[in-house]
Write a protein that binds this ligand. Structure first.
Ligand code: NAP
Length: 293
């Protein structure tokens, strides 16, 4: 577990915050994130802020996991009621849970576990975050989205776009992987070399190009960026990637990965607690973590 108490969102509990009181008790419900690495995850700060705000007797802790199957058995043994799943386990966990819902099966990844009466159910909330993030910029239906990348984040974005009646195009470095993903979702594929010939409304970067510590990199040129009305980068560290800076300079609407991250967390919180999430406080907790890390 993380050894810095403020890093896991306990700051207000320890020091007395604006939402408190937020006591732990003998009946405290425990939620967690499993992944590797998890020490820089923003999920603990986000979920603990939400628990505290609603004065719920619940806590969210980070677990750095090396042996996934033993960790999953441990969740049930310890009575943990829900978990986020992050890199590198979103796919591997699908074989270790009791049920995978239709959405997670279609996306091919589980990022959320709901554990009830010893049964572990796997679902995916990343696509909800992606949908919300895109809809804040432009309606999905009737618009064309270029998705750069063919990994887990790309799958969540493609699920959201196709489900909402938008048109999608996959562009990926590895042609084989990109084409296979496009075929799976029934959309078009283009190799990266064709990027300056694609016409679309919104560009969505789901590659890690531009992520800390490679902030000076962008997946595309200024000329390519100018072809779009809106640009989304699913990266949230840094908050403003070089791609988003290029897009702002070109007058495009922009959204960072923070929105996507917060809204996948909002859905997790609501699945676990059955309560409406304090969205603005969760967003604030994430921005605070990002600005003060
Ligand atoms: N905001 C959120 O809530 C959220 C949620 C999930 C992920 N993310 C972010 O999304 C990013 C991708 O995550 P992921 O889980 O989708 O990763 P992933 O499964 O490893 O997929 C990464 C994709 O990016 C491509 N790629 C990697 N390096 C590249 C490079 N130098 N040039 C061009 N393409 C490159 C890969 O292409 P190849 O197929 O050719 O290898 C692959 O298709 C990460 O930065 C992650 O933090 C954000």
């Amino acid at each position: 577990m993380n050894d810095n108490i403020d890093n896991i969102g306990f700051g207000n509990r320890v020091q007395g915050g604006s939402c408190g009181p937020w006591p732990l008790s003998g009946r405290t419900r425990v939620f967690c994130i499993i992944g590797s690495p998890v020490s820089h995850s923003m999920s603990p700060a986000m979920h603990n802020t939400a628990f505290e705000c609603l004065a719920l007797d619940a806590v969210y802790v980070p677990f750095e996991v090396t042996d996934l199957s033993r960790a999953v058995r441990g969740l049930v043994a310890l009575g943990i009621q829900g978990a986020s799943v992050t890199i590198p386990f979103k796919e591997a966990i699908m074989d270790l849970v009791d049920e995978v819902d239709e959405t997670a099966a279609k996306i091919g990844a589980v990022n959320t576990l709901v554990i009830e009466k010893g049964t572990i159910k796997g679902t995916n909330t990343d696509w909800i975050g992606a949908q919300r993030c895109l809809e804040d910029l432009l309606p999905i239906r009737g618009h064309r989205f270029v998705v750069l990348g063919a990994g887990g984040a790309a799958r969540a974005v493609l699920y959201a776009v196709t489900r909402q009646g938008g048109e999608a195009v996959v562009v990926n470095r590895s042609v084989k992987k990109g084409r296979a993903l496009a075929d799976e979702f029934g959309v078009t594929f283009f190799p990266f070399t064709a990027i300056d010939r694609i016409n679309a409304d919104c560009l969505v970067n789901t590659t890690p190009v531009g992520m800390h510590p490679y902030e000076h990199e962008s997946p595309v040129s200024d000329t390519v960026v100018r072809r779009y009305e809106a640009v989304v980068d699913v990266i949230y560290n840094p908050l403003k990637t070089l791609l988003l800076a290029q897009a702002e300079a070109a007058g495009c609407g922009v959204a960072s990965g923070v929105e996507m991250f917060v809204y996948q967390g909002v859905k997790q919180f609501e699945l676990w607690t059955g309560q409406k999430a304090p969205v603005e406080r969760m967003k604030e907790a994430v921005y605070n973590r990002l600005l003060n890390q």
